[in-house]
Write a protein that binds this ligand. Structure first.
Ligand code: TRP
Length: 76
C-alpha cells in the first residue's frame, strides 16, 4: 500500500512538460505548476496539500505502482 510520503519521479522526455499539483480536500483546484524541459527530473510526494498530480507532455513517471510513459506530445 502506498504511504502518504512515498516519492514519485517524473522525467521529462520533451521540453515544456507540465507538472500540476491539485489540492487535497473538498475544493479540488490547481495550486502549483512546474515546467520541466527534456531530461529534467522532478522528485515529489503527495502531501497534506497535494492529493493529485496532472502531467501534460511526454514524460516517464515512476511510482510505487510501477512505471508509466505519457505518450502524448505537446507539439510545441
Ligand atoms: N507545496 C506543495 C505541497 O507541499 C509542493 C508539492 C508537493 C507539489 N508535491 C507536489 C507540487 C506535487 C506539485 C506537484 O504539497
Amino acid at each position: 500500500m502506498t504511504g502518504a510520503n512515498d516519492f514519485f519521479v517524473i522525467k521529462a522526455m520533451e521540453d515544456g512538460v507540465n507538472v500540476i499539483g491539485l489540492t487535497r480536500g473538498s475544493d479540488t483546484r490547481f495550486h502549483h505548476s512546474e515546467k520541466l524541459d527534456e531530461g529534467e527530473v522532478m522528485i515529489a510526494q503527495f502531501t497534506e496539500h497535494t492529493s493529485a498530480v496532472k502531467i501534460r507532455g511526454k514524460a516517464t513517471i515512476q511510482t510505487s505502482h510501477g512505471e508509466i510513459s505519457n505518450e502524448g506530445e505537446l507539439g510545441l
